[in-house]
Design a protein around this ligand. Structure first.
Ligand SMILES: *[C@@H]1O[C@H](CO)[C@@H](O)[C@H](O)[C@H]1NC(C)=O
Ligand SMILES: *[C@@H]1O[C@H](CO)[C@@H](O)[C@H](O)[C@H]1NC(C)=O
Ligand SMILES: *[C@@H]1O[C@H](CO)[C@@H](O)[C@H](O)[C@H]1NC(C)=O
Ligand SMILES: *[C@@H]1O[C@H](CO)[C@@H](O)[C@H](O)[C@H]1NC(C)=O
Ligand SMILES: *[C@@H]1O[C@H](CO)[C@@H](O)[C@H](O)[C@H]1NC(C)=O
Ligand SMILES: [Zn+2]
Length: 295
């Protein structure tokens, strides 16, 4: 009886706690995956279609928050959504920073992107191939990769260790109490949708796609490229994120800051850019993966 009461108490307390935020909100991930799906090569589109669960109707963006929904069931996956860098160090190094709280190397969002990229590279190869582990679930690999490519572009997913990427910094977003991390996962995007896009992620995607083919078109090739023939290059994106975290997300923010028009207006361009880069690079990575596979 006491056990049941305790369990109930724990359940109530857990339910009352704010959920730890582990990535762009649903709309941020949806926007990134929708941009990506529109840029897939025929080979990549075919592979993505085959790997998606039949219930998804071939729509990748409907499942780009799947990794957040399984974070309790797959407890081991929680450290794979972010990178912590030492406090006030505005740079990222894989060897120094890509580890979980127990110090296990490679257990961060950059390591996870490399992990699921190499799993997906076995797609289409015969099961006799020594590199293909039949235990890899390539549907899950696709959903994890698509989610983590988004997360690594959220500046505060490569943030300082002691404030957990802004999760412990209390702020007001206009009049509402929240934490800085949540402002970047959700609030800036939601306010943009409300102010500019008739509440819809679809119009936000259209506006970003217009700039990808317009104002940013001369930069897109550079966004897509990886050095040294790599299939995926998450370290570059992590370095950009901590730079944006220092120059933009954390800048001028202290405990109990009120963030409103000035912060929104100056930071929205950063969010726009990171969403666009996330989408373009997810597509480029999937195109490299499935272009190389022996289908
Ligand atoms: C894909 O799913 C998302 C989220 O459920 C939805 O907003 C979008 O309209 C869908 N796209 C297509 C082409 O059905
Ligand atoms: C790699 O993927 C496997 C299968 O999902 C998982 O068990 C493992 O924890 C992953 N490791 C990293 C660093 O992503
Ligand atoms: C692969 O993962 C998906 C999503 O978790 C699951 O529905 C499916 O049953 C898994 N496939 C296998 C063969 O385990
Ligand atoms: C698109 O680019 C224009 C010109 O640089 C800019 O004013 C606008 O805010 C951008 N829109 C998005 C959604 O990035
Ligand atoms: C990149 O890979 C291609 C094909 O595998 C190879 O021909 C080329 O030499 C490589 N380039 C570099 C710089 O490694
Ligand atoms: Zn996440």
């Amino acid at each position: 009886q006491a056990g049941t009461a305790l369990l109930l108490l724990v359940a109530v307390v857990v339910a009352a706690l704010p959920a730890p935020s582990l990535g762009w909100g649903v709309d941020g991930h949806l926007i990134i995956c929708q941009i990506a799906q529109g840029r897939l090569s025929d080979a990549a589109a075919k592979a993505v279609n085959e790997l998606l669960p039949s219930g998804a109707g071939g729509n990748l963006s409907s499942l780009c928050s799947w990794a957040d929904r399984v974070r309790f069931r797959y407890h081991w996956s929680a450290p794979l959504h972010f990178i912590d860098v030492p406090d006030n160090v505005c740079s990222y190094s894989y060897d120094r920073d890509c580890k979980d709280e127990e110090g296990v190397k490679g257990r961060c969002v950059a390591g996870a992107i490399n992990n699921y990229t190499s799993q997906l590279l076995t797609y289409g190869s015969s099961s006799l191939s020594p590199s293909s582990k039949s235990s890899d679930n390539l549907t899950e690999a696709l959903l994890f990769l698509s989610h983590f490519m988004g997360d690594i572009h959220q500046p505060l997913h490569c943030g300082f260790a002691s404030d957990r990427g802004g999760n412990t910094i209390d702020v007001h977003w206009y009049r509402r109490k929240t934490v800085l991390h949540h402002v970047w996962d959700v609030s800036i995007i939601q306010t943009a949708e409300k102010d500019y896009y008739d509440e819809g992620a679809g119009e936000f995607v259209d506006a970003l796609n217009k700039n990808i083919t317009g104002a940013w078109s001369d930069k897109v090739q550079e966004w897509e490229e990886c050095a040294k023939n790599q299939t995926a290059c998450p370290d570059k994106y992590g370095s950009e994120s901590i730079t944006a975290a220092c120059d933009s997300a954390y800048k001028g923010v202290t405990e109990d800051s009120t963030l409103s028009d000035e912060y929104f207006g100056s930071r929205l361009p950063v969010v726009n850019l990171r969403l666009a880069q996330g989408g373009v690079r997810l597509a480029a990575t999937l195109n490299r993966i499935f272009g190389q596979s022996k289908a």
